[in-house]
Design a protein around this ligand. Structure first.
Ligand code: UN1
Length: 511
């Protein structure tokens, strides 16, 4: 099968934006629906990036058949050889980093430096997982019986359904697809409808890297049609999803009915604790970066600052001054600090929470759609800070996924721990203190999958496990070698070379 470019198709009219296609069995194909949807630049919605296939269950079925057909060959390929393809893919990502980062900023809105970081996370996980092709450790242990061998190996599960969000449109698909593929699974990939162009560029490079036809299949379209068809297919044995908690719960019900392996990465309400002995300038930088970087649209974003009352005023003054200095604009413009929100619905959601916040706390700065030259056609919102917020207030409990920060004053460390943990989520957290004993207490006490000391809540590296406690997920982890657990079955193997029947737990016991 030949691999051709993703688009535009011959049917595209010259005046229109290019039309891109699905990638199934190594071919760029149109949806059977004959329908498409648009992707637009959130910094300037007049800029149409392209049209993408509005796929249906029939397209998903074709992708699953392709993934199934490729499975025996891919599973039999030695893992180090699969790893070499991942390595080539990582190298291609590095080579095309700038082009991808620019496309990412145009489609998703984050500023270019952050977009480069997003692509870099893809490179990092590709190289890490390429190495797993030569590791993929199991256990070799002594048997309790003589002349008997005991060991465990990982084996692929089968077809993996990969459903990804728009906020890290290069990194997160790579976090999921690299471990799935190196362990010998084949993939059906449904990207978020806000960032199908990034997904298309990624899959183009995967094809170029040499992933054989059918090992990676891209199907764009809605969650209701494409996502549900992947989740409901009995042939897709493992699903990895990052996105909204409500969607995650719905997927869990459907997947649970079929006893599917399911890895969920959902909401966060991440807090930074600032104690009275902290370096307040350092804390301010970390908070502003974590709260307003990526316009607050990270699962790991800081949306709560829990501060010892004694330093509330000086910290707040620094935060306000810093937030007011942030420059909003198109992420492709060098001077921009904060890009747009992803779409109009996100702006409306943030506005609704700001209204709630006005009743629950005191508005320090921001609180409005951002206007002004260069912002007229984008989804911009001012960096917003509320203070005097109670730990159980809605703006301190519910995920807003935008540039809104709640400052929660507390009496001491113990009250800070209580407030920090008083949430149904548990992804990331941080503490600013100069006291080493308190830092270690926080490392023990904070109920989150990631804890930072004297740094913000964002910036996880790909070689440690990424994921959260409580309702942030369902116990699985991405990245690190922990990611392999999502995509592999364990097989325990016993080889008896004694030449006689040896009964475990019986023959080695005193009679
Ligand atoms: C996410 O927002 O879903 O730790 C991922 C970080 C990034 C990844 C965030 N490395 O903020």
């Amino acid at each position: 099968m030949t691999v051709t470019s993703a688009g535009p198709t011959a049917a595209t009219e010259a005046a229109e934006a290019p039309t891109f296609r699905n990638f199934i069995a190594g071919e760029w194909v149109e949806s059977v629906s004959g329908r498409t949807f648009e992707s637009r630049n959130p910094a300037d919605v007049r800029d149409v990036i392209g049209r993408f296939q509005a796929s249906t269950a029939a397209d998903v079925a074709m992708a699953i058949r392709a993934a199934e057909a490729a499975l025996p060959m891919w599973q039999r390929m030695p893992a180090p050889k699969r790893g070499e393809i991942l390595y080539r893919f990582g190298a291609l990502l590095a080579e095309h980093k700038e082009r991808l980062a620019r496309a990412l900023t145009r489609e998703m809105g984050k500023v270019l430096t952050e977009a480069r970081g997003d692509v870099q996370e893809g490179i990092d996980i590709a190289f890490l997982m390429a190495g797993e092709g030569r590791r993929m450790f199991g256990d070799t242990v002594p048997s309790e019986l003589p002349d008997k061998w005991a060991m465990s190996v990982r084996q692929p599960i089968g077809i993996a359904g990969i459903i990804t969000p728009w906020n890290f449109p290069i990194a997160i698909p790579c976090w999921k697809m690299m471990p799935a593929l190196v362990t010998g699974n084949t993939v059906v990939f449904k990207p978020a409808s806000d960032t199908p162009h990034c997904a298309t560029l990624l899959v183009e490079l995967m094809a170029e890297a040499g992933f054989p036809p059918g090992t990676v299949n891209l199907v764009t379209g809605s969650g209701a049609e494409v996502g549900d068809a992947i989740v409901d297919s009995p042939d897709v044995r493992v699903i990895s999803f990052t996105g909204h908690s409500e969607t995650g719960k719905a997927i869990a019900q459907r997947a649970g009915a079929r006893l599917k392996r399911l890895a969920l990465e959902l909401g966060g309400k991440n807090g930074i604790v600032v104690l009275a002995d902290a370096d307040l300038d350092l804390a301010t930088e970390g908070i502003l970066w974590s709260a307003f970087g990526t316009t607050g649209q990270r699962c790991t974003a800081c949306s709560r600052v829990i501060v010892e009352e004694r330093v509330l005023e000086p910290l707040l003054a620094r935060l306000e001054a810093g937030a007011r200095r942030l420059r909003l604009g198109d992420g492709l413009v060098e001077a921009t600090d904060v890009g747009p929100l992803i779409n109009a619905a996100a702006v409306e959601k943030v506005e609704r929470y700001v209204e709630i916040g006005r009743r629950e706390g005191e508005l320090v700065c921001g609180g409005r759609r951002a206007t002004g030259p260069g912002l007229e056609h984008g989804h911009f919102f001012e960096p917003t800070i509320f203070t005097g917020v109670a730990p159980m207030a809605r703006i301190a409990q519910e995920e807003i996924f935008g540039p809104v920060l709640s400052v929660i004053p507390v009496a001491d460390y113990q009250a800070a721990v209580t407030a920090l943990n008083q949430t149904r989520y548990g992804l990331s957290s941080s503490i600013y203190t100069r006291d080493v004993n308190t830092a270690f207490r926080a490392m023990r006490d904070f109920e989150t999958g990631i804890v930072y000391v004297n740094a913000g809540t964002i910036g996880a590296e790909t070689h440690l496990p990424f994921g959260g406690w409580k309702e942030t997920g369902n116990g699985h982890r991405e990245a690190g070698h922990a990611a392999l657990d999502t995509f592999t079955e364990w097989k325990a193997i016993y080889v008896d070379f004694s030449g006689r029947l040896q009964r475990a737990q019986i023959d080695n016991q005193p009679s």
